[in-house]
Design a protein around this ligand. Sequence first.
Ligand SMILES: Cc1ncc(COP(=O)(O)O)c(C=O)c1O
Length: 371
Amino acid sequence: MGRPTRAFLNAQALRHNLRRARSAAPTARVMAVVKANGYGHGLVWVAQTLKEADAFAVASIEEGFQLRQAGIRQPIVLLEGFFSADELPAISHYQLEPVLHQHEQLRMLEAASVATPLTVWVKVDSGMHRVGFPSHEVAAACARLRGFGTVAEIRLMSHFACADDRNDPASRAQLDAFLPLVRELALSASIANSAGILAWAESHLDWIRPGIMLYGASPMLGESAAYLGLQPVMTLGSALISIQRRRRGDAIGYGGSFRCPEDMPVGVVAVGYGDGYPRHAPAGTPVLINGQAVPLVGRVSMDMITLDLRRQLQAKVGDPVILWGEGLPIEDIAQAAGTISYELLTRVAERVPRVAASLPADSKRDAAQPG
Ligand SMILES: Cc1ncc(COP(=O)(O)O)c(C=O)c1O
């Protein structure tokens, strides 16, 4: 069996979360965001599992090619568009839909010739101030694009900066900047990320773009995934590989940052920052053994972590351990480590095998094979 570290993937949960997004925005089509290797779950596995998605969104043509080569037929949107003109023939060949966020991309499109004209998305900077055309330039950019032989259809896209906070006025201001443009230009449009889908009904428009909610993590500040009706897709698991009785005063691990306050059992688990477990998870971060949360102690090493087993005296070598996922919300670990669930998921290392989760309900294995 080898090293016991695994990312268990639950296909049912992934499909459930897609249905949750659809039920929140029933009139919109769903562009499932699968960039960054399907948020760490496996690009092709996610796309093949989400057969019902209307489109997929990725960050590079390489990700788009991978999906096409795996037989994915739905539209594929390139969220950052293209970076140089030499990508355009392949974008046309694979029928990828680039997002255009600056004039330079328009110039490249104007000068190019492609076998099949493209559907393009014009990115509107409605207030995030990262990329996109300012609102007052959008109508002119669209008018220019209409004259290009390389362009078949134009759509509008924008992106929320603060939709995770229901009380932040920035989302209202972004909608006030974007919606009039959508009405004026009468083009198909999209602005809602997961938080927009769940918290800002006016943002649903023609296409929603769920990312993190598909993977079962909460997109909302202070609202748990379970409360929002989401199910974790990835459970990061490993096993206890050693239990030692340490003496009062013993220093544990690198830097000796934890000293045993009394004689106590300390367990070692085969997972570390080399697997994607956050190095900055502090002492006290919960880890699940036999259904009970026990505290991490000492520093996270590359391949191992150490646990205070005073509340798990029955624990034995080989017992399965859950780092996040089923029974232990990833947001709790992210918060303890000063990061976000997005980062934890996308950083699960390549060396961690992704395997189909056994289903708790009937313990059947799912037919889909994670990539
Ligand atoms: C342009 C764009 N749309 C949609 C998403 C999905 O966002 P979320 O994962 O918060 O749903 C992202 C993710 O970063 C994005 O960059």
